[in-house]
Design a protein around this ligand. Structure first.
Ligand code: NAD
Length: 369
């Protein structure tokens, strides 16, 4: 079978992290790239040959003869650009979040229902090695029944407000969980077959200013509680403005084991911990690395050493490899439209809950739309 021809939009920004996935792939080739900023595009592609360059997305879709497109533009463009590609039966890999409103989620689903192509949201945190390891352990029954999880994402990226001004409106100044899929994604993978049924959300108010001293609307901390269809509880905390070391962190509790993840800080003792009933010593965590040999999934074993240390702990290459492999082998993509919306919708509903004093609100099931 011929290699898949892939294009990238927003190529001068975030998607350049995926270039490493194409270097090692025998199944896909990057043939086109688009960015409004021609100079930045040329810079991003300076070491890449044989890629047609565009500054107009529609023109790339029309002339590029593409099988798939990677959308890495600002959040509010994801849905319109996905629909443009799906209408032409071009597969879509879209950056997070899938959409910025519930109406957009509906339009995206409608487009997915009337195309031959597949849609996947690129939630790369699902592909981080420790989280894939935990997923494998859950599947093997190590945790028993999982019933509680916490995910926190604390990332002071106020410096990006000047380079990427859209973040002010869509991530910072809206209330509620505006960028929650990094936290919810891995948790929903661990709670396989379940989805969030209702959420409530509260905020801390705003205490931090932007880096030029200007006041910002919104909250520094947003906390969302989620109840799942199976009655499980999830707590999500996001914070993009407080002085705090970067922290992507998870807790998972099952009837037989507990997981306390690292925070991805620079501290040497910041590691992933696990405790397993009748295996771990009472009162003492084990390092998750003890179980690496047994539970590392095949996807991770197969990607090469260099890619493992590339973007976001190797997860960018891992997710792109899985996307390409599933299209090439004619399988359903791993994060299909329904899973993508299951990760995106709770945050969108939390934005309504916070405006109504934290009332519990139902999260729609896109399978019923
Ligand atoms: N998954 C992750 O770990 C991760 C990390 C960072 C960013 N992101 C997501 O990636 C996306 C991009 O983030 P960013 O920080 O690179 O943003 P950005 O503002 O730098 O945008 C990326 C690029 O898109 C280009 N662009 C904007 N509008 C365009 C258009 N209409 N046509 C063609 N090109 C256009 C810009 O010129 C820019 O080079 C966002 O959705 C963000 O949420 C995800």
């Amino acid at each position: 079978m011929e290699k898949l021809k892939v294009g990238i939009v927003g190529a001068a920004g975030r998607p350049s992290a995926f270039l490493a996935a194409f270097k090692g792939s025998g199944r896909a080739v990057l043939t086109a790239a688009c960015d409004l900023n021609q100079e930045a595009l040329d810079k991003a592609l300076k070491d890449v040959d044989g890629v047609d360059r565009y500054t107009d997305y529609t023109e790339m879709l029309e002339k590029g003869n593409l099988d798939a497109v990677i959308i890495g533009t600002p959040m509010h463009l994801h849905v319109s650009q996905s629909i443009e590609a799906l209408k032409r039966d071009i597969h879509v890999f879209s950056e997070v979040t899938a959409a910025i409103s519930i109406d957009e989620c509906k339009s995206l689903l409608k487009a997915c229902k009337s195309t031959q192509a597949q849609y996947m949201m690129g939630e790369n945190c699902n592909y981080m090695k420790p989280y894939m390891l935990i997923q494998e352990m859950v599947r093997e029954g190590v945790f028993g029944d999982v019933f509680y999880a916490e995910g926190e994402y604390i990332h002071d990226c106020r410096d990006l407000l000047y380079k990427t001004p859209w973040r002010r409106e869509y991530v910072y100044e809206k209330r509620g969980v505006t960028y929650g899929t990094h936290s919810l994604g891995p948790i929903l993978n661990w709670m396989e077959g379940d989805r969030v049924e209702s959420v409530c959300c509260a905020g801390s108010g705003r205490h931090n200013r932007d880096l030029k001293g200007k006041e910002m609307a919104g909250d520094d901390v947003a906390v969302m509680l989620c109840k799942t269809v199976k009655g499980h509880l999830i707590k999500i905390r996001t914070d993009f403005a407080s002085p705090h070391p970067y922290s992507l962190n998870f807790t998972l509790q099952g009837t037989n084991a507990a997981y306390e993840g690292s925070h991805f800080s620079k501290n040497q003792d910041d590691i992933d911990f696990i405790w397993i009933n009748e295996e771990s010593e009472k009162g003492r965590w084990d390092s998750l690395s003890k179980y690496e040999e047994k539970y590392t999934p095949k996807l991770w074993r197969d990607i090469d050493e260099k890619a493992r240390t590339s973007g976001h702990g190797g997860s960018d290459v891992a997710i792109m490899t899985d996307f390409i492999d599933s299209l090439y082998e004619g399988r359903t993509v791993p994060i299909d439209i329904y899973k993508s919306l299951d990760m995106t919708l709770p945050g969108l509903v939390s934005q309504e809950s916070i405006l109504e004093n934290g009332v519990w609100l139902p999260v729609p099931d896109p399978r019923e739309w």
